[in-house]
Design a protein around this ligand. Structure first.
Ligand code: PEP
Length: 251
């Protein structure tokens, strides 16, 4: 069985004192969390504070990283550095990275490679723009992002995730219909099977794009959706805890 995975992506938000306040509040509020992998991806500057306050109670993730281990790469951060801050997860290829920082599929591929080598759990983000959707290219684009993002990689053999995040739904308040997200998640699962037969059974597929307390349960109820990647709604500790509480596990 795939363990549900719910990830907060804070993007470029929260100072150290705001991080500390959130962490204390969230620890009081979180529920149902033994059966779910809960991850917070703060800005890099917040990692140490989250680790200090939450200890092992919350998983930490990086929002991004570079593919080299060290060297003259001003402004970048390596997988080893994330690991040394206590991160187990890293988001790779978020659409904001692709759009604002020109991350191509081949750059995403290099980052995936180092994440897997270092045994960080990568969360590979894929998704189409509005224009691509209107031109009926959504499935082609997602397929290409998977093919090029995973090119030449050994199957991870350990836990990892793909997040389907339609670009038009990120931070817009316009979520995909849960049924449509399910169809895309099933497509992604089938595509993963063309890389390696065992990938579909253990890859966790998440939905991301304007998930809120009101719509989360409808996404979590879908057969191929194993959790969510949440931006705006994760910035409030109570809201994020409530969203995690919407995931109904069997036991
Ligand atoms: C995201 O940042 O990955 C995201 C899905 O953002 P939001 O929930 O705000 O749409």
């Amino acid at each position: 069985m795939r363990k549900p995975l719910i990830i907060a992506n804070w993007k470029m938000n929260k100072t150290i004192s705001e991080t500390e306040q959130y962490a204390q509040e969230f620890l009081q509020l979180k529920k149902n969390t033994e059966r779910i992998d809960l991850v917070i991806c703060p800005p890099f500057t917040g990692l140490a504070k989250l680790r200090a306050v939450c200890k092992e109670q919350i998983n930490l993730g990086g929002q991004n990283m570079f593919w080299e281990n060290s060297g003259a790469y001003t402004g970048e951060i390596s997988a080893d550095m994330l690991l040394s801050c206590g991160c187990r997860y890293v988001i790779v290829g978020h659409s904001e990275r692709r759009r604002l920082f020109n991350e191509s599929n081949s750059i995403v591929n290099r980052k995936m490679k180092i994440a897997l080598e270092k045994r960080l759990i990568p969360v590979l983000c894929v998704g189409e723009t509005l224009q691509e959707r209107e031109n009926k290219l959504a499935y082609d684009i997602v397929s290409e992002q998977l093919r090029e993002g995973l090119a030449g990689l050994e199957p991870p053999g350990h836990s990892w995730a793909v997040a389907y995040e339609p670009v038009w739904a990120i931070g817009t308040g316009e979520n995909a219909y849960p049924d449509d997200a399910q169809v895309m998640a099933a497509f992604i699962r089938a595509e993963l099977g063309t890389f390696n037969k065992s990938l579909p059974s253990y890859t966790r597929i998440l939905y991301g794009g304007s998930v809120t307390e009101n719509n989360a349960a409808a996404f979590f109820a879908q057969a191929d959706i194993d959790g969510a990647l949440i931006g705006g709604a994760s910035l409030n500790a109570e809201t994020f805890a409530n969203i995690a509480g919407k995931y109904k596990t069997d036991d």
